[in-house]
Design a protein around this ligand. Structure first.
Ligand code: GTP
Length: 170
């Protein structure tokens, strides 16, 4: 029969990495060159139909600015999946992503699906983080890895469908 699943997702990562842009691309099919920085967190929902299952995503898009860091546990607690985002044109954002991964590992929910997302793949000429570097880190830490562009929509649906599929099978 058909299955109805609700899954809470959280996006974490440095300010400007493109968390809000990825969510807006997925939920509304939109992209803004001048996306405003998130304050606190923003909430979105989206429903996906996948192989006789309906998955309702509750998506928490957190603020990357350091001053909001202490709020993050409220959003990742009870989450089915955490999407840690960095910007391929910023090595700093990759270092920040690794800090998020360590924090999520320490908080110790063994069922949490963790994904590492290398965003802004369209900025190839400004690339500071090689794809292999992200992939290797993901492999070493057992994270799913995607290179995306919220701007061109590259791999964005694939990312969320993958989360949906894993949630469906759990
Ligand atoms: P905070 O809310 O501050 O944590 O930032 P964020 O991670 O939500 O980033 P946001 O989505 O606000 O994007 C920051 C800037 O990067 C905006 O100007 C976006 O237009 C731009 N941006 C986001 N994704 C992409 C992308 O895939 N490619 C390019 N070229 N720009 C992007």
């Amino acid at each position: 029969g058909s299955k109805n699943i609700q899954a809470k997702l959280v996006l974490l990562g440095d300010m400007g990495a493109g968390k809000t842009s990825l969510v807006l691309r997925f939920v509304k099919g939109q992209f803004y060159e001048y996306q405003e920085s998130t304050i606190g967190a923003a909430f979105f929902t989206q429903v996906l139909s996948l192989n006789e299952a309906t998955i309702k995503f509750d998506i928490w898009d957190t603020a990357g600015q350091e001053r909001y860091h202490s709020l993050a546990p409220m959003y990742y607690r009870g989450a089915a999946a955490a999407v840690v985002v960095y910007d391929i044109s910023s090595m700093d954002s990759f270092q920040r992503a690794k800090k998020w991964v360590r924090e999520l590992q320490r908080q110790g929910n063994p069922n949490l699906i963790m994904l590492l997302v290398a965003n802004k793949a369209d900025l190839e000429t400004k690339r500071q983080v090689q794809k292999e570097e992200g992939e290797q880190y993901a492999k070493d830490n057992r994270l799913l890895f995607f290179e995306t562009s919220a701007k061109t929509a590259q791999n964005v649906n694939e990312l969320f469908y993958e989360i949906g599929n894993i949630s469906r099978l759990k």
